[in-house]
Design a protein around this ligand. Structure first.
Ligand code: AHG
Ligand code: MN
Ligand code: MN
Ligand code: MN
Length: 338
């Protein structure tokens, strides 16, 4: 290799965050430090997932969480890693995790101004098969008078200051967005131990003939959902049917949808009238990513996902998210049904 092929101007996540911070004169550096703790958690979780079959980290932990899921060993370890990272950075006051019944309150401090929500391992049923899983996160800025309780987190996703996810696939891919900003994607270089900016300013294609839904639930679907999915599969004279892609890890299905376009859905249905995915740490963070990438995210009532306010920290919602035009078709069919 000639030296001209070596890129010495790579943008690491650390550099990216430093540059973002200097753009905002009012920035204190607290958010940057919080992001450093987040990226350490992602690297650490990625490391254990990669080694899980070698170090007896496959299988069940023998416990279940508040939302009724059997916890895998890695659900528990991922949760512990995440909590330790958030506690030790001393920038977080309240933390909600899928794996914790109650929210975790850290000591108050002048710099502990953030509330964080997380799904430490998303798609954990896929872990033992080595299929891609992920971590989802969302960050809220607390008001001066915030008590540091779960009430501080029962807010709409539109108030998120940042959100994103890391997918642990062939490589670890981190996607992050900030309120009012763009969406940027980073790839973990294992040798450097750094996330490198590989997907700057991600924009979701406006349309694409791919749908992603657990069709095994179609027996329970409401009429408009059935009609919508059928319209993709049976497009009528001369039309080409959509391709189906469903991994069963929302992060992985969402990442593909972000890159290729199409739609991901987990609708509310007759069996799960409130849907399956949880608002705070699954739906809202994804909603911000998809909107900031130029797509849409809505719930089963066709309401903007970012406007949905949970009553309890583990509340669920139906969700449709993806390319603008694809999600609009769902809205139009629901409108027709009134
Ligand atoms: P988690 O592993 O964090 O509990 O989330 C599971 C979610 C999500 O990853 C995925 O989209 C969905 O469950 C898959 O559900 P089905 O197996 O019902 O399709
Ligand atoms: Mn779970
Ligand atoms: Mn999940
Ligand atoms: Mn999970």
């Amino acid at each position: 290799v000639g030296t001209e092929n070596i890129n010495t101007e790579i943008i690491t996540l650390t550099r990216f965050l430093t540059e973002e911070q200097t753009k905002h004169k009012e920035a204190t550096g607290d958010f940057t430090l919080l992001c450093h703790a987040l990226q350490f958690a992602f690297k650490s979780i990625a490391y254990y997932i990669r080694r899980s079959t070698l170090i007896n980290l496959t299988g069940l932990a023998g416990s279940s969480n508040t939302t009724g899921d059997d916890q895998k060993k890695l659900d528990v370890i991922g949760n512990d890693i995440f909590i330790a990272a958030m506690r030790s950075c001393a920038r977080v006051r309240v933390l909600v995790s899928e794996e914790e019944e109650e929210c975790i309150v850290f000591p108050a401090g002048p710099n502990a101004r953030y509330a964080v929500v997380c799904d430490p391992i998303d798609g954990s049923s896929n872990l033992d098969a080595g299929v891609s899983v992920g971590t989802i996160f969302g960050v809220y800025l607390l008001g001066e008078d915030a008590a540091g309780t779960k009430e501080d987190l029962l807010k709409p996703g539109s108030e998120l200051v940042a959100s994103g996810f890391t997918m642990y696939g062939a490589s670890a891919q981190l996607v992050i967005t900030m309120r009012g900003g763009g969406v940027n994607g980073f790839t973990l270089d294992n040798a450097l131990g750094e996330f490198i900016l590989t997907h700057p300013e991600m924009r979701i294609p406006k349309t694409r003939a791919i749908y992603s839904v657990n069709e095994g639930n179609s027996l329970y679907w409401e009429e408009p959902v059935k009609e919508y999915v059928n319209s993709l599969k049976y497009p009528g004279e001369g039309g080409k049917p959509y391709s189906a892609r469903y991994i069963g890890s929302m992060v992985a299905d969402a990442y593909r949808t972000l890159l290729y376009g199409g739609i991901f859905a987990y609708p509310a249905d007759k069996k799960s009238p409130k849907g399956k995915l949880r608002i705070l740490y699954e739906c809202a963070p994804m909603g911000l990513v998809f909107e900031n990438a130029g797509g849409q995210a809505i719930d089963s009532n066709m309401k903007r996902m970012l406007d949905v306010v949970p009553e309890h920290i583990h509340d669920r919602s139906g969700i449709f998210m993806g390319s603008w035009d694809e999600v609009q078709k769902v809205v139009d069919i629901h409108k027709k049904h009134g």
